[in-house]
Write a protein that binds this ligand. Structure first.
Ligand code: FAQ
Length: 311
């Protein structure tokens, strides 16, 4: 009965074992997995847009090849994650409809514009950097298909992060104008990158339950602190200044103190009013509609092949 099933589920969580799609799970657990994994998948797919914006304007063939490969990796991550999400009983079509209909979210960060080529480097360095901080612990998430997807995704994210750092390091060795371009880009992306970790813990409605279920392994503030501590020495090595006058080493805590992100801006962005929300969703909706004939053709072809085989 239900009580016995729940005890089995809780024992699995307690042992830090994986919950698999065939296992019994409470409805709230399933809903939370779908919400987080779908949001993650949508972020990968919507996240192709800000950088994709620069593919036709990359400054060299080499940079273009690198950027194309990176954006393709993001499509791959999105597909893995949609597959992981489908194991918990929702179809990819339903997930896409929920994204386009504004019923599911994607990461706030992708609602900011990419104004210069330096932004490609900054996204690699800071946005993929934040993604790594957040996702390495998710390799140990309790939902099996999600954790396994994270292992490969994280390997590729590490590569992406180095790619961004290398791009910025190259620009920092260039002209004064290029250095100024990097600094201006970092000034715009630093705070939105810290917002990727979600609201502060005391304002995060999902953290406690998600941690109890082992879906999340760390709190939002804990991971944000890790991001700051990881990034400060990298910023020094690059020669850029992080735009936070309150940023300093705290000897006692053995961690950096830092300022408070503008949480009103964050709330605005996640409720649909960021600088690029409308544009990002509209672009996704158009791609979905323009691709309808491909999905239809593939379905008809699959049915016909199946019928031929049976005949
Ligand atoms: N943006 O109670 P919490 C990438 C929502 S990396 C938008 O703290 P939770 C790689 C949250 O959903 C980016 N919404 O929620 C890449 C909830 O609303 P809901 C993707 C946010 O789930 C790099 C409400 O606020 N990574 O794509 C955000 O416990 C370069 C309350 O928040 C992931 O998705 C936000 N930043 O913790 C690709 C990582 N933060 O759903 C291309 C997996 C919070 O109830 C280029 N996700 N909200 O309507 C997670 O770790 C968690 O879901 C958090 C949020 C930490 C994001």
């Amino acid at each position: 009965d239900e009580q016995e099933l729940m005890a089995g589920f809780e024992a699995t969580i307690e042992r830090h074992d994986r919950i698999e799609p065939r296992d019994w799970m409470p409805e709230g657990y399933r809903r939370t997995v779908v919400r987080q994994v779908a949001q993650h998948a949508h972020s990968e797919i919507i996240g192709m847009q800000p950088e994709g914006n620069w593919i036709t304007r990359a400054p060299s063939l080499r940079r273009k090849a690198i950027l194309l490969a990176k954006v393709q990796d993001e499509a791959g991550h999105g597909l893995y994650l949609y597959s992981a999400c489908e194991t918990s009983g929702v179809s990819r079509d339903e997930l896409t409809e929920m994204l386009i209909g504004g019923r599911q979210k994607y990461s706030s960060i992708f609602n900011y514009p990419t104004l210069t080529y330096a932004d490609v480097g900054t996204i690699g360095w800071l946005v993929d950097g934040a993604a790594i901080c957040n996702q390495v612990p998710l390799c140990r998430t309790s939902y099996g298909p999600y954790g396994r997807a994270m292992i490969r995704v994280c390997k590729e994210e590490s590569f992406h992060q180095r790619q961004g750092y290398e791009l910025l390091a190259t620009m920092m060795r260039g002209t004064d104008e290029q250095r100024a371009m990097v600094q201006e880009s970092v000034d715009r992306f630093w705070w939105p990158a810290l917002m990727m970790f979600g609201p502060p813990d005391d304002d995060s409605p999902n953290t406690a339950q998600s941690m109890a279920w082992g879906i999340k392994r760390n709190t939002n503030d804990d991971l944000r602190q890790r991001m700051v501590d990881m990034t400060v020495p990298q910023a020094e090595a690059l020669g850029v200044t992080l735009p936070d006058p309150e940023l300093r080493w705290n000897e006692e805590r053995q961690a950096h103190d830092f300022g408070t992100p503008d949480w009103d801006e964050f709330k605005d962005v996640i409720s649909g009013n960021g600088p690029c929300n409308a544009q990002r969703l509209e672009h996704r909706r158009r791609a979905w509609e323009d691709g309808a004939w491909v999905r239809e053709a593939a379905t008809v072809f699959a049915r016909r092949t199946e019928a031929d085989r049976e005949a």
